[in-house]
Design a protein around this ligand. Structure first.
Ligand code: F6R
Length: 637
């Protein structure tokens, strides 16, 4: 939620009246464009530029220029074109997902101090802002917005006016703040400097050649550098063109961990697709293949060296609890079937935001698996903290290097899906299932639940999945057509059983979030306990049919469920494997997927559902990549 970019570079070589904004603005706008998925209610920039030319070593006096607009980034760009800002050695930019105060120009960031000399941007929620605001109002400080952030602008501005340098002021103010925040500030007295701080909210540093960067995630500066630093909890960073200094809120120096981003700017572009989502759906074979890459030794045994978790911990694990939200939780739900089957360890799947409120039973033998694409979902972060406080070990499955969730976990297993920009998660889901399966097989291998050849067989099946997913993609035309036919539906239902159940839930989630239409996923067996009453003439129902080779009579039962709804007027769209003719009598349309082993089926059956949701949204003229009210990275609870 909210995207943040900061830039400190060389003093401009052009005069302020020359090309508007120059490098500083270009960097910040490029960063905001890449971060817009994090929030798109409003956008704004601030630069500290020389007010009266460049002559003399320190330049002349400096002035703060702030431009901000409600709405998408394009509105900010129009405003900057109409009224350019001068080039500068330091700039900050923000794209907002509104929390305190509606999406208006006044509530857009940056916010400025009462003296107009400092600008600040913020991601997160300042929980004690009301008390701080009351104090400031009592002292006569004028407020111009309804945001919690403006409090910080006034507090920082006042601290600098009282003689503190911007870094010291940031440390002082942060110590008084409660809640979650990433803050970036610039001040006219510190030209060429950006100061950032973080608590419970993401911030990474990009190390350039003669310029340095700050961002909510590495996408902010990936077009400029792949060398980055992770910032820890309660740390302040000060960047100039040539220096990066990090301290704790207490002033103690800190040496942050350096890392290199393993993807480049091209990976974050649309690559000829109309939507990022379409591109990301098409990247799914690669996401699965890359997540499997380099995980076996010469003998074919599974090695997960990067886990860096004591194998004794994994051997003694007697319960696994998966914590995640949304699509990531459904990936966990799929994994439950596989891990319990392979390892004989009970697996619970819990929505992260519910986890700590139900007082879960955790011991040192509990392994908590936290799944997150962004690595920043605050509900998951808080659940991880709770689990660790209770003595459980936490293993993160994450797609984002340098993110909070892997950093706060005992161990991490990365998915290698590459950057996921569309708000709706697709390739991360497949990569998460793949990573969870690797973890399950690894545990089974370690604990002796499976023989080496059994592990090798399943690994071989996993390695076959990129081709199977590609086959589904190659056949997606029929689903695209269907989406256009059904675009005016009022409601769509999804039925599945076993691993098809979380797939049904995921199909419904995709349709809700992208096409804004009522959709529900059900365990097909639950139908007769109530939901079948929803079925009326013409009701579209997707039925995810398991392989005839799956457990017991599962296949026959799901086919019966399809017949039951069809008998009551439903229009059934049946997803079934090649050659399964038993479904023909219960389907208005059969969408074929390649024949794969039972536990691998979610990797193929979910794909038509993703394509369907994207196409329905597209047919309705909606913004597929940035659905209303949502943000990619949910960094508030
Ligand atoms: C749905 C979607 C969300 C995320 C959820 C968790 O398409 O994208 O439901 O899956 O917000 O996000 P991460 O995986 O970043 O923790």
């Amino acid at each position: 939620m909210c995207g943040i970019v900061g830039y400190a570079g060389p003093r401009p070589t052009v005069r302020p009246s020359d090309p508007a904004g120059g490098e500083a603005l270009a960097v910040v706008l490029e960063g905001l464009r890449r971060l817009e998925y994090r929030g798109y209610d409003s956008a704004g920039v601030a630069v500290v530029a020389e007010a009266d030319g460049h002559d003399g070593p320190g330049g002349g006096a400096h002035a703060l220029h702030v431009t901000k607009r409600a709405g998408r980034l394009a509105r900010l760009v129009e405003a900057l074109e109409a009224e350019p800002v001068p080039d500068a050695a330091a700039a900050i930019g923000h794209t907002r997902w509104a929390t305190h105060g509606g999406p208006t120009d006044a509530n857009a960031h940056p916010h400025t101090s009462a003296d107009g000399r400092l600008a600040v941007i913020h991601n997160g929620i300042i929980e004690n802002y009301a008390a701080l605001k009351a104090e400031l109002l009592e002292q006569g400080v004028p407020f111009t917005s309804q945001t919690d952030t403006e409090v910080v602008a006034h507090l920082l501005g006042r601290a600098v006016a009282a003689g503190a340098d911007l870094t010291t002021a940031m440390r002082e103010v942060c110590r008084d703040l409660e809640g979650a925040f990433t803050l970036l500030a610039v001040h006219v007295d510190a030209p060429g400097t950006v100061v950032g701080a973080r608590r419970n909210s993401p911030l990474v540093v990009g190390l350039g050649d003669g310029a340095n960067y700050l961002g909510s995630d590495v996408a902010a500066f990936i077009g400029r550098t792949r060398d980055a630093l992770e910032l820890g909890q309660d740390q302040v960073v000060t960047i100039t063109a040539t220096s990066v200094e990090v301290t704790g809120f207490d002033g103690a120096p800190v040496t942050p961990r350096a890392f290199t981003v393993d993807w480049d700017a091209a990976a974050a572009e649309k690559g000829g697709y109309q939507w990022y989502m379409d591109k990301e759906i098409h990247e799914q074979p690669k996401a699965v293949a890359d997540t499997l890459l380099g995980r076996t030794d010469a003998s074919g045994a599974l090695v997960l060296d990067e886990l860096r978790m004591d194998t004794a911990v994994l051997r003694r694990t007697d319960k696994i609890i998966v914590i995640a939200c949304g699509t990531a939780a459904y990936a966990g739900h799929v994994a439950k079937y596989a891990i319990e089957h392979w390892c004989r360890i009970p697996v619970e799947v819990e929505l992260a935001h519910e986890f700590r409120y139900r007082d879960p039973v955790l011991t040192e033998r509990t392994l908590v698996v936290a799944i997150s694409q962004s690595g920043e979902t605050m509900d998951v972060v808080m659940a991880i903290r709770h689990a660790r406080e209770q003595g459980a070990k936490v293993l993160a499955i994450c797609n984002t290097q340098g993110a909070t969730i892997p950093r706060e976990s005992d161990a991490a297993l990365y998915t290698h899906a590459g950057p996921e920009v569309a708000v709706a998660s697709t390739k991360a889901f497949l990569a998460q299932i793949t990573a969870c399966y690797l973890l399950g097989l690894y545990l089974a291998q370690l604990r002796g639940n499976m023989f080496a050849d059994e592990v090798r067989t399943v690994l071989g099946q996993l390695h076959g999945m990129p081709d199977a997913v590609q086959t589904v993609l190659d056949r997606s035309e029929e689903v695209r057509k269907l989406a256009h036919e059904l675009a005016d539906s009022k409601s769509v239902l999804f039925l599945g059983r076993h691993v098809g159940f979380p797939v049904a839930l995921e199909g419904a989630l995709k349709l809700k979030e992208l096409a804004y239409l009522h959709a529900e996923g059900f365990a097909a067996g639950e139908l007769k306990h109530g939901p079948i009453a929803l079925v009326e003439e013409g009701q579209p129902v997707f039925v995810i049919v398991p392989s005839p080779d799956s457990r017991d009579s599962l296949h026959a039962k799901v086919v019966s469920n399809a017949q039951e709804v069809r008998a009551r007027g439903a229009r059934t769209i049946v997803i079934a494997e090649d050659g399964d003719d038993a479904v023909l009598g219960s389907a208005d349309l059969v969408v074929r997927v390649p024949r794969v082993p039972t536990l691998m089926a979610p990797l193929v059956t979910v794909v038509p559902l993703q394509v369907f949701a994207m196409e329905v949204a597209s047919a309705k003229g909606l913004d597929v990549d940035q659905p209303r009210n949502l943000a990619k990275s949910v960094t508030v609870e």
